[in-house]
Structures are given as C-alpha cells and as structure tokens.
Design a protein around this ligand. Structure first.
Ligand code: GLN
Length: 466
C-alpha cells in the first residue's frame, strides 16, 4: 500500500537523511511558501524533537513508525505553550495551556509538529478566506481558494510541506479542502477521536480529521488518534484497523448514491458527468449500484446551519476577554464585553453568533431550533434505512469547482450552499472520506456509523478501479 509515512520511516532508519534535515527542509518550504498556509511555525519545538530522534537512530535504537514524521496542525487545536489563534483577532496572542488529546497521542507516538495552519476563523467558512492571516491559496491554482475551513492543512499536504496534517471537520472542513486540493481527508465516525482540546465550533458534529496523500497514511494516523478519552464523554472505544483488513473489499456488494444530489440544478455539468462515469466503473466491477432517495440539499444546508449557528453562539459565549482573548476595556463590564466581541470577531463569525442566538431565543426556538433537531433525527433515520440496503454511499464532495479568491466573501449564502454534499453526513455523524478521484473535486465515500474500516477498504479498492 502507498504510504509516505512507511517510506520516510525506512529512509530515516536507513540513515538516507537525518530527521533534523527532513524537518528543516519542511520548515524552509513552509517559511518560503506563498499560499498563506502558516499561522505559526513550531521551529524550536520541532528541531529539538528531531535532534532526539536523530540521537536514537545514531545509537541504533528502534524508532516507531511515526517517530520523526513532520506534521501540521490546524490552528484550532491546543498545543501547550504555543499560539492557538483560530485565525482570529480575538485569540491572536493566546497561548494554549494544555494539549489536545488527539495531538498528544501523535506526540506520544513521536510525530513532530512543525506548523499551526491557517484556516477559517473558528472553523466558520468553506474557503479559508475568513482569517486574519490572509486567504489560503489553492495548491493547484493559486487564484482559487484553498477550501475550508481546514484550507491551510490541505494545501500543506498537497504541496508536501507536511507529510500529513490534522484538520477539523464540523460540516465538511476536512473533506472539502481535501477535494479542492486533490488529497485524502477523513471525517471519522463522530466520537472515534476525542475532541478534547479542539476548539468547539458545533460540538455535536465536530470531528478531528487527518489529511494525507494516501489511504495508508490516513489509516496510520487515524489508529493513533482514536480511542475513548475520559475528557470527552462522546468518545468511544474502537479497535485499530489493520492494514491487511483494507486490502480485500469483497464484502462490499452494493453501493448507493443520492438522486437528489445528482439531479440538483446547482451541480456543475462536468462534475455530474464525471460522477456518473465513476458509477459506471463501479458497476463494471459487479457491484450493485442503487439510486437512493434523500433530502434535497437546501434542506440539509438549512438544518446544518441552524444547528451549527446555535451551537457556535453558545460555545463562543465564553470568549469575552475575561478568561481568554484580547480584552478591550470600556466604561463598564457589559460595554467591555460588547466592544471586545464586536471588534475582535470577524464579520462571518458575528453573523453566526447573531443567527445562532436568534435561533435559540424565546419565541423562536420551538419553531426553528426544535424543528432543526427533528429534521436531524429524520436525516439519521434515512441513513439507517439506506444502510440496510447498501454497504457504501458515494457522492461528489462539492457541486462546483473551487471559486476565485474573493467571491465567497461577497456572497455568504452561496458559500453555505456550496456545503450541500458534505453537511448531511456530518448531521448523521457518519464516517466519510474524500478521495482525490472520481470528479474534479474528488469523491466522498460513506458507510454506517463505526464502519470507518469499510470506508477505507472501498477507497483502497477505488484507487485502482477508477
Ligand atoms: N463550511 C462549513 C461551515 O462553515 C463547515 C465548516 C467546518 O466543518 N468547520 O460551517
């Protein structure tokens, strides 16, 4: 199986280059890069860790598979003692007091964090333009957006500035930028990886997600980060997925896709044609393909944004300049809160806080918020029914190709609609992987809850099939 991690591990062990050289080379690339992927470089920390790996190799001590592998971290994860800004003015000078569980597990395995990566502020966005560090530029065409919100992470992987990166996916933020930059990005089953230390956006769909250049590397990183964590009560115990188990996909007999996605007027004609051609290639392998009924994408988008805005308004209420963030003092406490929040949050974040508080307010919550929750249950029931009929669901990642830099900021509503194909799987809390094949912006592969293994299997199968 293709795996950069295995390859680099072997090169380190064979002393083809030192870990210090490897890390320094990546740091140089990041420093020189013009795609705006970097919020902060972790050069001192990374070079210290690399020297320790080199000392072990020089002593002929064994090193673990991830030991010495340089990786990137979306700037919404706590890494103790480092700037953790969420690409926002509010937290521009904030240094994390502790380290996120998922990141700690990677550190314990010896992986080397080299960069905190640019993203949409607090995960709010689909283009990585909602950031104080400058719009992230697409890896393939720098006039286009990098996608979002984990844009910096996807571009870093695509450009080989990092071997893998850890993004966060609430409604598509790992899968969509992975698709826009032609790499792999996984949103695991909700709860498979602890969210402790990932800045909360919409807690009921927030997921930690790896971005990498192969299924094999996604699997390695997923296994290390997974597991129950006492600090996140929604996390659960899971078995590691073996590399052998994903090599054989004969148990995948049927695949479904949503008619409503493909028949939508919003889909780009080339993406549609490529998707349908992919379906034919799957059929040619004697896999049964079924068309499935599903909610229209505008219902998915409005349900998702209703709930996500409600949750983010609640989660971000703690950011008032008292315990965290740049405080702006004013004539009394209430005014200080108001000015701190209105000056330091971006337009997009404020839109979501106002929207979310409206959704939750007396007189509106029954009609809007509770309706959103009921729709979410109906969406989950629909998925449950579908997975009695098919093993896997495939879908395009996005209805359109990446927009030009600047366009999404002008039309937030169009930006929300561009999430049409990713948000449903988030509401269902299902494992979903973007692969860089099938359409110009990739293909999503989804299975029933806790079936992350099946998703990786099918991705491995499609690698040679389409
Ligand atoms: N684009 C979606 C949003 O803005 C998803 C973002 C995310 O997954 N963090 O909500």
């Amino acid at each position: 199986m293709d795996s950069q991690i295995h390859k680099i591990h072997q090169q380190l062990v064979n002393k083809e280059f030192s870990c210090t050289n490897l890390v320094q080379e990546k740091l140089n690339l990041l420093k020189q890069n013009t795609h705006n992927t970097v919020n902060n470089l972790l050069d001192n920390l990374a070079l210290n860790l690399a020297a320790k790996v080199d000392a072990k190799i020089a002593n002929n001590e064994p090193i673990g598979l991830l030991e010495g592998i340089p990786f990137g971290i979306k700037d919404v994860y706590m890494v103790q003692g480092t700037f953790t800004t969420a690409s926002s003015n509010l937290l521009k000078n904030y240094k994390a007091a502790y380290t996120a569980t998922a990141i700690q597990k990677l550190l314990d395995a010896g992986a080397i964090p080299i960069v905190k990566e640019n993203c949409d502020s607090f995960g709010h966005g689909s283009s990585s333009e909602n950031t104080i560090f400058g719009a992230v530029k697409n890896a393939i065409n720098p006039d286009l957006v990098g996608g979002g919100s984990s844009g910096g992470s996807a571009v870093n992987v695509a450009k080989d500035y990092t071997v893998f990166s850890i993004g966060g996916d609430t409604g598509g933020s790992v899968r969509q930028p992975a698709g826009y930059n032609h790499v792999y990005g996984l949103k695991p089953t909700y709860g498979r990886i602890s969210r402790y230390g990932l800045m909360a956006y919409a807690s009921s769909t927030d997921c930690v997600g790896p971005i990498a250049k192969s299924v094999g590397d996604i699997l390695i990183v997923l296994n290390v980060m997974s597991g129950k964590d006492a600090k996140d009560q929604t996390s659960y115990v899971s078995e590691a997925i073996s590399e052998e188990s994903i090599l054989n996909s004969t148990d995948i007999k049927s695949v479904g896709y949503f008619k409503s996605f493909i028949e939508s007027e919003a889909i780009d004609s080339k993406i549609k044609a490529d998707f349908l051609a992919t379906i034919e290639k799957i059929k040619a392998k004697n896999i049964e393909v079924k068309e499935l009924d599903f909610f229209k994408s505008n219902i998915l988008v409005s349900t998702y944004y209703t709930l996500a805005m409600a949750e983010t308004a609640s989660n971000l209420s703690r950011l008032d300049g008292s315990n965290y963030g740049n405080r702006i003092d004013n004539k009394n406490l209430k005014e200080s809160y108001a000015i701190t929040r209105s000056e330091n949050f971006s337009e997009e974040t404020k839109r979501r806080i106002v929207g979310g508080n409206q959704v939750l307010s007396q007189g509106f919550s029954d009609e809007i918020y509770l309706k959103g929750l009921a729709l979410r249950d109906a969406i989950s029931d629909n998925f449950e029914k579908d997975f009695k009929e098919v093993d896997i669901i495939v879908s395009p990642v996005t209805p359109n190709t990446p927009p030009k830099i600047g366009n999404s900021l002008k039309d937030p509503h169009a930006m929300y609609l561009s999430d049409a194909y990713t948000v449903g799987f988030s509401l269902g809390q299902l494992p979903t992987l973007t692969i860089p094949q099938g359409t110009e912006t990739g293909l999503q592969i989804t299975a029933a809850k806790n079936n992350d293994e099946l998703v990786l299997k099918f991705a491995n199968f499609l690698k040679d099939t389409i």
